[in-house]
Write a protein that binds this ligand. Structure first.
Ligand code: ZN
Length: 192
């Protein structure tokens, strides 16, 4: 039986690197994988999953209204796929996570979704909330805070290094940077 996996982390934990390595392991053994990522700026077509350590792969992009079940079915009709990998899974809608669950159950293909658990306000992303509810298996991609403890939270900083506590969940093309912290240091940074 195929399963739906959710690999979650905070920012800069290297989840794209883990995804690309896992996909590479299949391809090295002669198996095909299907890579998908979010079209954050709304463009359809082919995008890339890029890791901060310099490796990248082509990936099909999903937009908020795309039927990801249909995208996977379409790809399977072109040839066998051992595994579907999805990056930026926090941007999936609730409906799209159900579509992934249907792909796993009805098309019998494993789906590995990689995404951020919470945003800079400490709130679950909708796609991550749905994945936490529906995934068969979950795994944490870990990174550490400046203090050495596990980082589970993220702050958005302005150009002066001050934590921003309000604003849209997704910021495109801004000058903000993100820093991953443990909960204690996140609370300190946001003035709790
Ligand atoms: Zn800390």
């Amino acid at each position: 039986m195929a399963k739906l996996y959710f690999n979650y982390s905070t920012m800069n934990a290297g989840k794209s690197t883990v995804l690309l390595q896992a996909s590479h392991n299949y391809r090295e053994r002669g198996m095909q994988t299907y890579l998908m990522t979010a079209a954050i700026d709304g463009r359809a077509g082919t995008g890339r999953i890029a890791s901060r350590i310099g490796i990248s792969e082509q990936a099909d992009m999903f937009r908020p209204d795309d039927d990801v079940f249909a995208m996977i079915e379409n790809r399977l009709n072109q040839g066998r796929v051992a595994c579907v990998f999805i990056d930026e899974a926090q941007f999936l809608s609730d409906d799209q996570v159900w579509q992934l669950a249907r792909a796993v159950d009805d098309l019998d293909v494993p789906v590995l979704a990689y995404g951020l658990r919470v945003d800079f306000r400490g709130k679950l992303f909708p796609g991550s909330a749905a994945l936490l509810a529906l995934a068969d298996e979950m795994r944490e991609v870990r990174t550490i805070c400046k203090c050495g403890r596990k980082a589970t939270m993220v702050i958005r900083q302005d150009e002066n290094g001050n934590a921003i506590t309000e604003g849209a969940q997704v910021q495109i093309g801004g000058n903000e940077t993100y820093v991953s912290l443990c909960r204690k240091h996140w609370r300190e940074a946001v003035g709790d």
